[in-house]
Design a protein around this ligand. Structure first.
Ligand code: TXA
Ligand code: MG
Length: 345
């Protein structure tokens, strides 16, 4: 199959035509790479079991790993899930935006979309092209991240093309994703929620709305083999580049010393641009413009892909805190590294 690649944001008239064409592909059971504010998604009709099968095939993804279903308005969740008052409180605070809520599913959604589970993950993205596409399609859109299973999530349309060229009907290029890490995934409980995957909507933000907020253990501890996690996605090694990721727990000064003492010619150090001057003469990868959580989150997946492009065999990176707005970054990094952390004092 030839993958049609179109750039959005050039002219409003062609944008509307491209989105109408993408919506038609979705309605006909095809696959479209689409921008969201978190990462690019691989979209298909959430009402089609056959289309869900195509997603799993295109990604090379195990079919027990459920998909997130995207809606253009929070109330559209009622077409696919049994929603609660807490859902509407969360929606008022965080939707449209990078929050995914798991709720009991309705029969409108084929069980292949939810990996056989009785629940469905619902997300209302804030990206204008994502919402326009869902509205134009007239059906909710099931969309996992648009990477081949096991490789870093795509944060540009070029990343989607690299992984999906020839496997999907169309890619909508809406520019780089603003956030860069996937949405926060939560499951509702009787008196609050459990964070299954941390993202830009943080524990503190949720606590303002939810009462009790728990963080699933697998968020900070990679699941033990054979253990049954709350979310099927947590059992797979994710976001892994070919390069080995070495996470170093140390101060900036000790990190610098450790890297300089250990780095080999085929290896690179990932640092925020404002710290790159410490590593002049070494192979560096940009971990964002500054050491802030937002800048580093925005750049992480591009950095991991870049490492593979340049044939880097090992990446050294400073371990971020496992809390607050760094928790999502921490979670993706320990999974990219396979959980290996070097402690240096
Ligand atoms: O930001 C995002 O959420 C992106 C964009 C495209 O919206 N999507 C995304 O989808 O990251 P995906 O498929 O790569 O990750 C979905 C995660 C997986 O870890 C999956 O196991 C979990 O959500 N999940 C989905 N449905 C679930 C359910 N019913 N119960 C438990 N976990 C679920
Ligand atoms: Mg994914």
């Amino acid at each position: 199959m030839t993958t049609e690649y179109v750039k959005l944001g050039v002219n409003p008239e062609t944008d509307a035509a491209h989105i109408a064409r993408a919506a038609e592909i979705i309605r006909d059971g095809g696959l479209v790479g689409m921008p969201t504010e978190t990462v690019y998604g691989l979209g298909a009709s959430a009402f089609s079991a056959e289309a869900a099968g195509k997603i799993y095939a295109a990604k090379g993804r195990p079919s027990d790993n459920p998909l997130i279903v995207h809606v253009s308005e929070p109330a559209e969740a009622e077409n696919i899930a049994y929603v609660s008052p807490l859902y509407y409180k969360l929606a008022a605070a965080f939707m449209p935006g990078p929050l995914t809520v798991i709720m009991p599913k309705k029969d409108t959604v084929p069980s292949s979309v939810t990996g056989g589970l009785a629940s469905v993950a619902v997300r209302c993205p804030s990206h204008k092209y994502a919402r326009a596409l869902i509205r134009a399609a007239g059906v909710p859109i099931a969309a996992p991240s648009a990477n081949r299973s096991g490789s870093p999530s795509p944060t540009t349309a070029q990343h989607v093309l690299a992984d999906m060229d020839g496997r999907i009907e169309m890619i909508l290029d809406g520019g780089p994703c603003e956030i860069g890490l996937e949405s926060t995934v939560i499951k509702l409980t009787d008196d609050g929620c459990i964070i299954l995957r941390p993202g830009a909507v943080t524990e503190i933000m949720l606590a303002r709305v939810c009462g009790t907020v728990e963080i699933a253990r697998a968020v900070t501890d990679p699941a033990e083999a054979g253990e049954k996690p709350l979310s099927p996605g947590m059992k797979y090694k994710h976001y892994a580049p070919r390069a080995e990721v070495v996470l170093v727990e140390a101060s900036d000064d000790v990190f610098e010393m450790y890297v300089k003492a250990n780095i080999a010619p085929s290896e690179a150090v990932a640092v925020p641009d404002d710290l790159a001057h410490r590593f002049v003469g070494l192979s560096t990868l940009s971990a964002g413009q500054t050491a802030s959580a937002t800048a580093q989150s925005h750049s992480l997946f591009a950095l991991l892909r870049r490492a593979d492009e340049i044939g880097c065999s090992r990446i050294y990176m400073k371990l971020p805190p496992a809390s607050g707005e760094y928790l999502a970054l921490y979670n993706r990094l320990i999974r990219a590294s396979g959980g290996k952390i070097v402690h240096v004092t």
